[in-house]
Design a protein around this ligand. Structure first.
Ligand code: ASP
Length: 309
């Protein structure tokens, strides 16, 4: 049996230490661990990397602590518009959705786009019609209401500002979630899900659902899920950039992902981080912010759950 491994993130940047109580920190760790364990159990039982990343992301989407699924931030019109994507490194199949609402687990709709449609990326009303065709039950607004997120929105509503989930100085983080995994066959996969930015308008879409920017997987190189300032991650084509450095410059997973996060994305003004895995089960989790909610586990017995540097 090959080495299996999984890494997850709940967003780069973190609550500044003063705002993070030990009780809240324990909650974050608990939900990260629940997602990690559920994804790892699938790999351990011989399941595929795709299954593992979907399930791990579902757990994070179901937690109100992260800006995805249940904890999604508010848009300028006091609603929620979520984006998600998933990619299979063995087949290069991918599925993505953006600007969807009411769907409890956007990552599963992205997987359905990949497996049950001829397409890769469905957006807005059309994506919702696709969900209805597949009999998705839609949650009402109450399910997505979170007092903390609502307060964040109230502070900037009716202004032209939009903000990455808690990107003010006192409380700076992006809460997108993601998972990458390597299964017993050495196949890898990546999934990413987000509510985007507080007070976003005009159908703003970030990097998270974009193949090659916020999410990418190819058995030849790596599986990547990003978090950070989406506009920069789109322009830096960050996830694919890591894969390119590995493929064309023969860099290791660690060297390539660090080069992108600590140099190339910084040079164009972006901040954030990523999680990465290759088909040997190696893991890298670089970030250039104060912290990144993250966790990883391998069959060699390494387990990490961390928030700060
Ligand atoms: N990258 C996400 C976006 O721009 C935000 C995040 O990572 O929290 O939509």
């Amino acid at each position: 049996m090959k080495k299996i491994s999984i890494a997850i993130h709940g967003g780069a940047g973190t609550l500044v230490k003063g705002m993070m109580t030990s009780e809240l920190e324990a909650k974050y760790r608990n939900d990260l661990k629940a997602a990690l364990d559920k994804g790892y159990a699938i790999l351990n039982a011989g399941g595929t990397a795709i299954e593992a990343v979907e399930v791990a992301v579902q757990v994070l989407e179901d937690s109100p602590l992260f800006n995805a699924g249940k904890g999604s931030v508010f848009t300028a019109t006091e609603s929620h518009e979520m984006d998600a994507s998933i990619m299979d490194g063995k087949t290069l199949n991918a599925g993505a959705v953006s600007l969807i609402s009411g769907v409890k687990n956007p990552v599963s709709l992205a997987r359905d786009v990949m497996e049950k449609s001829e397409h890769v990326f469905l957006a807005g009303e059309g994506a919702m019609q696709f969900a209805k065709k597949l009999d998705y039950t839609l949650e009402n607004d109450d399910y997505f209401y979170d007092e903390f997120r609502h307060k964040q929105w109230l502070e900037i509503k009716d202004t032209d500002s939009f903000q990455l989930d808690h990107s003010t100085k006192k409380d700076s983080k992006f809460g997108t979630v993601g998972a990458v995994a390597c299964d017993q066959e050495g196949n890898i996969a990546a999934a990413t899900s987000t509510g985007g930015m507080t007070n976003k308008k005009w159908g703003r879409v970030g990097d998270s659902p974009m193949v090659g920017s916020g999410n990418y997987a190819n058995n030849k190189t790596c599986a990547i899920s990003c978090t950070g300032s989406g506009e920069f991650f789109i322009r830096g084509v960050v996830a694919y950039d890591v894969a390119c450095l590995m493929e064309h410059k023969d860099m290791s997973l660690k060297a390539a992902s660090e080069e992108v996060i600590h140099k190339r994305i910084l040079e164009i003004g972006g901040d954030g981080g990523l999680i990465a895995v290759d088909s040997e089960g190696n893991i890298a989790m670089p970030f250039n912010t104060e912290g990144m909610y993250r966790a990883s586990k391998t069959s060699e017995g390494n387990e990490e759950i961390s928030i700060y540097k």
